[in-house]
Write a protein that binds this ligand. Sequence first.
Ligand SMILES: NC(=O)C1=CN([C@@H]2O[C@H](COP(=O)(O)OP(=O)(O)OC[C@H]3O[C@@H](n4cnc5c(N)ncnc54)[C@H](OP(=O)(O)O)[C@@H]3O)[C@@H](O)[C@H]2O)C=CC1
Ligand SMILES: CCCCCCCCCCCCCCCC(=O)[C@@H](N)CO
Length: 327
Amino acid sequence: MLAIWITAGIGVLIGFISFTRKSKVEFKNRHVLVTGGSEGIGLSVAIRLAKKGANISLLSRTDAKLKAAAATLRANMEESQRVTTVACDISASYQKVKDAIDQACSELGPVDALINCAGTSVASAFENTAVEDFERLMRLNYHGSVFATRAVIDGMKSRRSGTIVFTSSQAGQIGLYGYTAYSASKFALRGLAECLRMEVKPYGVNVSIAFPPDTDTPGYKEEIERGVPEETVIISKSSGLYTSDFVADNILKGITNGDFFIPVGFEGNVLTIITAGMAPAASVIDGIIQIILLPILRISAFFYQFQFGRIVSQCMKKKNLGQNKRD
Ligand SMILES: NC(=O)C1=CN([C@@H]2O[C@H](COP(=O)(O)OP(=O)(O)OC[C@H]3O[C@@H](n4cnc5c(N)ncnc54)[C@H](OP(=O)(O)O)[C@@H]3O)[C@@H](O)[C@H]2O)C=CC1
Ligand SMILES: CCCCCCCCCCCCCCCC(=O)[C@@H](N)CO
C-alpha cells in the first residue's frame, strides 16, 4: 500500500515538474549578435552558439580582433552557417550602435538573440578612482547594453520571440572593496533586466542575466596588470578563478533553458539564492531549494561579512604601518 502511495507521489511530482518546465530555446539557423564577442567570455559564448548552428555577428571596437574571432568561429561551424563582424564602440551613442546592428541585420536577418558581453572594469578604492571612470564604466557596461537592447527589442516583440542576455558579475550581486565604479554599473544591469523581463515576457522574449566570478580572460589580465587593491584580491579569492569556457557553458545552459538568473560556480549559486529578492526562480524545485536554504545562507553571510571586514581592517593596519616607517 505504502509503495503505491510513494510511486503515485513521485509520479505526480515528476508530472508537475515536467508540466512547469519551459521548452528549450533553439539557436540553429538563428541570428545571434554578441557584443564584446571578439575575445574572452563573449567569444567563448559565440563559439558554443556556432557549434549549435547559429549565424553569428560580432560587435566590438578592434577590427583585427574581430577578424581573428570570425576565423575561429568559422572553424567551429558548418559551411552553410554565416559570420559577420561590425566594428563599433558600443558606448559611443545609440545611433552608432543602431547603425552597426542594422548593418549586421542586413547580412544575417533580424537578431533572434542578443548577448550583451562588452564591458570593462576598474578595481581601486573609491578615492583613487577617477570620477571619469565612474562615467566611463556606466557608459560602457550599462548604457552600452541599453543601446544594443533598444536596437533589437521592437523586432523581437513583434516576432513574439527572442533572447536578451546581460552580463553582470558577482560584483553586481554584492558590493565589495575596490568595485565602487564597477559594481554600480553591474547592479544597474540587474535593475534593467528585472524591469525588462516583466515587460517583454508576455511577448515571448526571454531575458537573462549572468553573474560570472573572476574569469581568466584578456580583460581580467588587463585588470590585474593595472593593479587591484590587496583587499579586493583576497576577498575575490573566496569565489575562485574560472575559465571563460566554464562561464560560457553556464551561460549557454541558462539561455537554452530560458532562465532569468545565470549563476556560475558554487559560490555563484549561493549568491544567487541569497540575493534572489523578487526575481523569478528557474523552476518549482529551484524555488523550494531557495526557501529551505535562505535562512542558513543568511547566517553564513554574516560570517563572510565579518571575515571581509577583518581583511579590510588588516590591510588598513598594514598600510598605516608602512606609512609610519616612511615618516
Ligand atoms: N573576466 C572577469 O573576471 C569577469 C568579467 N565579467 C564581465 O563579462 C564581460 C566580458 O568580460 P571579459 O571576457 O573579461 O572581457 P574582455 O576584456 O576579455 O573582452 C571584452 C570584449 O568587449 C569588447 N569591448 C570592450 N570595450 C568595448 C566597447 N567600448 N565597445 C564595443 N566592444 C567593446 C572587446 O573588444 P575591443 O577591445 O576590440 O572593443 C572584447 O571583445 C564584461 O562585461 C565583464 O565586465 C563579469 C565578471 C567577471
Ligand atoms: C553565504 C554567502 C557566500 C558568499 C560568497 C562570497 C564570494 C564573494 C566573491 C565575489 C567575487 C567577485 C568577483 C568579481 C569579478 C569581476 O567582475 C571582475 N574580475 C571583473 O573584471
